[in-house]
Design a protein. Sequence first.
Length: 82
Amino acid sequence: MYIHLGGEKVILSSELVAIFDISIEKSSKISKQFVSHAIKEKHVMRIGEEEPKSIVVTKNTVYYSPISSATLKKKSNIQSMV
């Protein structure tokens, strides 16, 4: 199954690790450290020009998506994430 993250970016659902609301980046020290490390390792991709609404973590990349975490959750049919 595929999940559309916005723009022209589509991932395999088997690659999905987690979907977070963008607000977690400001409220969690651990998430800030995680994203900082991913940026340093060049494993972060921003999708489109719109303001990001969610952070999607896959096995190899962290995506900033303009689609809300709730919508991505519905698309992925995963009940325990967000």
